[in-house]
Design a protein around this ligand. Structure first.
Ligand code: C5P
Ligand code: C5P
Length: 477
């Protein structure tokens, strides 16, 4: 990886130099980011860095790139340079057709479209340097590399880059641990005293939350029957003979002996197995590296990096992306309190969404894909998180690709998720969704393991049939 890493750093330098020139010319910069944890982390890093550089800028999050195209005139008319974060690579041609010869910077990790960019564009993408954008580095890592060239002091954002990568589930490449360029960023954050990494059970808040509360708040993997159910978690833990209190003090996971931890782990496996779930493969996802942000207060949802990512998702997927951007940039106080409430509500909402899965009419099985039909019952902004939760929960057959969808107006939002073994067999959801959505007048793209699309509602059936067929042929060649 050393050569490719060096190339990535050179590309980060070129990108930073381009942005620096814009700052020197007193340009107005317009940041456009997506709405998930990685995007808000990337945008927060850029916002914090541009503050430090005294730049003039505006930042805006969109649910999809079409939203930017639709409001192009009002949002970009005055901007001298548009910086896309966590979106754009799959739509370079469309951006050029809409924006033309304006200065454009794309900082993104999605599979890039093959298109010759004009001189006034900079495209910073790991795929262009021979790296993988689904596991080696995410948009927040890329933004961090650029920010460090802008000013060394921006190393403070190394832990936010880790939050973004975890938000995009880049730790799911075989074991629950960040690898590739992400691992280098983790090392930098540890060296600077910002991050602490331990091998343990991956329960949210392992060092500061009562064990049953830590187990109940763990959402990746989603543990059916346990996630969101403190009462059930409490009963399970006590039934295993594990003491939940030491005198008046709640015990936390780090207080447990190795023997107690393995009792807990086996107890979780038995609980899931008793519900007919593929318990061992879900529980395997519960062991790995835990990332804690040392400078965050223990009572906040920011201490555990995976939970921090959930908080950012809660902001982005409820129309409050600005809060997430501010928090990623370093703002705390009242905004953090508001965001923590949003996270609590979001958890309840996601648990309700998961319950819809148990309705027979919600799930339709095709030959190679299983379809979760969210209809009008799911907020289209939450389909993506829901798809990731369902696919981590073991509640769907492991031999099928998951497609979840919801309707908004006369459009459909689709999120598709494969598992590692399907990707190893050749499934590339990003290219399938991009091609099929294009054919039927929609837009799609993403990574091999996770992709999404937006389509006209009346094309849904045709879309599903075609995706099912293409997944089948990729699985069998
Ligand atoms: O736009 P972006 O690349 O940031 O989003 C990636 C999406 O793919 C995230 O929603 C993440 O949760 C999802 N994902 C997943 N399973 C994986 C890897 C990514 O659901 N193994
Ligand atoms: O929306 P969701 O998280 O399911 O998308 C999975 C991946 O596909 C993300 O990386 C997202 O940015 C990408 N995507 C895309 N074009 C779309 C929808 C999603 O590139 N129209």
């Amino acid at each position: 990886m050393n050569d490719t890493y060096e190339r990535l750093l050179s590309s980060a330098t070129l990108t930073a130099e381009f942005i620096n020139e814009c700052i020197k010319e007193d340009n107005l910069l317009l940041l456009i980011c997506h709405n998930d944890a990685d995007a808000l982390s990337a945008c927060g890093i850029m916002v914090g860095s541009l503050w430090r550089s005294d730049a003039r800028f505006l930042a805006r999050s969109v649910n999809r790139i079409d939203e930017f195209f639709q409001q192009l005139d009002e949002s970009s008319a005055d901007a001298d340079c548009i910086i896309f974060l966590d979106l754009g690579s799959g739509y370079v041609k469309e951006i050029y057709n809409k924006v033309g010869e304006k200065k454009v910077v794309i900082i993104d990790h999605h599979q890039p479209q093959n298109f010759n960019i004009p001189k006034c564009y900079v495209h910073f993408n790991p795929h262009l340097e021979g790296l993988e954008g689904a596991t080696h580095i995410s948009a927040s890592g890329l933004a961090y590399l650029v920010s460090k060239v802008l000013n060394e002091e921006n190393y403070i954002y190394s832990s936010i880059a880790v939050v973004g990568a975890l938000g995009d589930l880049q730790d799911k490449d075989g074991q629950r641990r960040l690898g590739g360029v992400n691992a280098k960023i983790v090392e930098e954050a540890i060296d600077k005293g910002l991050l602490q990494v331990m091998d343990d059970l991956i329960l949210f808040g392992r060092s500061f939350r009562p064990i049953h509360a830590a187990l109940a708040s763990t959402s990746n993997p989603f543990l059916p029957g346990l996630t969101g159910r403190e009462d059930v978690c409490y009963s399970l833990i006590t039934s295993l003979g594990i003491k939940v209190k030491d005198g008046d003090r709640w015990r936390v996971l780090t207080d447990l002996t190795e023997e107690e931890k393995s009792k807990l782990y086996n107890g979780i496996i038995s609980f899931l197995a008793s519900r007919g779930l593929p318990a061992s493969s879900i529980a395997r996802e519960l062991i790995g590296a835990v990332y804690e942000l040392r400078e965050e207060e223990r009572w906040t949802y920011l201490r555990d990096a995976r939970e921090f990512a959930w908080l950012l998702n809660a902001c982005g997927k409820t129309g409050n992306a600005w809060m997430g951007i501010a928090i990623a940039a370093g703002v705390r106080g009242g905004i953090l309190e508001e965001a923590q409430k949003l996270l609590e509500e979001y958890r309840v909402q996601m648990a309700k969404n998961m319950e819809l899965l148990t309705r027979p009419e919600s799930v339709v099985s095709m030959e190679n894909v299983i379809v979760f039909n969210g209809g009008d019952l799911i907020d289209e902004r939450q389909v993506s998180s829901l798809a990731s939760l369902i696919s981590s929960s073991g509640m769907i057959p492991q031999d099928k690709v998951l497609i979840a969808w919801a309707r908004y107006g006369n459009r459909i939002k689709v999120s598709a998720r494969a598992n590692r073994s399907q990707v190893e067999k050749g499934v590339n959801l990003g290219s399938i969704l991009s091609d099929v959505a294009n054919i039927i007048g929609g837009r799609g793209g993403g990574h091999n393991i996770a992709a999404g699309a937006d389509l006209p509602a009346d094309m849904l059936e045709q879309f599903l049939r075609e995706v099912d067929k293409r997944v089948g042929s990729q699985l069998r060649t």
